[in-house]
Each structure stands twice: as C-alpha cells, then as structure tokens.
Design a protein around this ligand. Structure first.
Ligand SMILES: [Zn+2]
Length: 241
C-alpha cells in the first residue's frame, strides 16, 4: 500500500499499549525513541505478565515475570521513555473484555496521550511471511482501539471512572504496528541503535542478539524501501476526526 499524505506527527505525549514485554520494542521502539528525542513523554502499558515466554525448563513463571518486568523497564530506559506500567494479565490467555478495556481507558484518561501506539488487531496471519499472529496481540490491539474510541472519550462509559476523577480524553492519532500493510512510515535510521538497545534488554527472549539484530535490520531495510528511508518502521495511522 502506498504511503498516504499525513500531516507531520510531533506528539507531546505518547502511550504504547501491547500484550507482552518486548512487543513495542520489536514493532515501534525506533519511532517511540524518535518521539522521546523530540521531547515527547513516552509511556508503555504492558497488558500480560509474559509468564509463558520461555523454553527454559528450569525457569518458573514467577521468576520469568520478574525478569521480564525488569527487562521491559531497562528497554524503556534505553529509548528514554518516561514510564512503564504492567496490568499483569496471564500470558497466552488474553481476551477482549470490558474489564481490560476499562483498565486501558483508565491509563488513557490518566496519561492523556495525543498518540496511542498499539498492535494491529486485524492482523490474523501472514501467509507470505509464514506467520500466525499471537492471539494476545490481537486482543491487546482490539481492546486498545475500543478504549481509544469510544470508551475513553465518553464520560458515560465507565461512569465510576468519571466519578473518581478520570476525565474523558480524545486521542488524536492511533498508530497500529503493521509490517505488511502500513500506510505510514517512520524513518528510524537515527534511532535504530536505541531500538537495538531496547531489544537487547529483553535477554530472556533473545538468545542470539547478533542474529536478532541482523533480522531486525533486514526488516527495517525492507520496510524502508517502501518509503525511501534507509531504516523504517511501518504503521497503519488513523487520525481520528
Ligand atoms: Zn508478543
């Protein structure tokens, strides 16, 4: 899909919402790092506890959760993000529920982002890339889109939040991470090193960083070709009217 013409994006406050620790760093940390370097406050909200993401038979889920939180905190530091919160839902079992949407609405009404970054819930699989999207990713993306519109916007949605002082908030732009069908490309040539540093923080997930760096660079080059950038990340951008 050719890139559409969009106005320049210079958010003051950015909220990334994803299923697992490392998702945002794979899909969007070059862009989030760029926003941070332009002076934006960048926040992460991680929905699950990442408790299934290991093939080490010695490790317990409890240990893994601790590792993965610490890794995500280090990654946020690497891109000069401002905060990271964890909702602690069990990994691998995420469903799109009103409870989940309410927690995301609460985060949106607290942080008041101009830009929300999340995972494209319409991505079910890619036959070309031999890839089935993780159901947690789809659930995270859908719950976040529903939270952005209409739930965070309307004071009568979750009136108890309104009564507790969480005022309605309109997010201006949503960026959905999408490698295959983006309509918006971000030049991450200058922030690519910080993206790699963020990924390197996820040591429990990456056994061979050299190989991962090579793969991530090839992806960024491939995506960049569509936009004339050396290295890029791609998104579906929605400017909400
Ligand atoms: Zn994931």
């Amino acid at each position: 899909m050719p890139a559409l013409e969009f106005p320049e994006l210079k958010p003051k406050i950015v909220l990334g919402v994803a299923a697992h620790p490392d998702d945002l760093d794979f899909g969007a940390s070059g862009t989030m790092s760029m926003f941070a370097s332009q002076g934006a406050e960048v926040h992460y909200l991680i929905i699950t506890d990442g408790s299934k993401g290991s093939d080490d038979p010695e490790i317990t889920s409890e240990e893994l959760v601790k590792f993965r939180e610490a890794e995500q905190r280090a990654a946020v530091k690497a891109i000069k993000g401002k905060s990271v919160s964890f909702l602690g839902y069990p990994d691998g079992m995420l469903e799109v529920t009103m409870d989940l949407k309410k927690e995301i609405v609460k985060a949106i009404r607290t942080i008041k982002p101009d830009v929300v970054i999340t995972m494209d819930p319409s991505m079910l699989y890619s036959a070309r890339r031999g890839f089935i999207n993780h159901p947690d990713h789809r659930a995270a993306g859908q719950a976040t889109l529903d939270a952005v519109f209409p739930l965070a916007r309307d004071h009568l949605s979750f009136p108890e939040l309104y009564q507790e002082g969480f005022m309605p908030h309109k997010t201006k732009t949503v960026l959905l991470t999408n490698f295959d069908n983006g309509n918006f490309y971000v030049d991450i040539t200058k922030t690519f090193d910080r993206k790699l540093a963020a990924l390197e923080a996820h040591a429990s997930q990456i056994s061979d960083m050299k190989n991962t760096a090579k793969f991530v660079k090839e992806m960024a080059q491939l995506v960049g070709q569509s936009a004339g950038y050396e290295l890029a990340e791609s998104f579906v951008r929605i400017d909400i009217r």
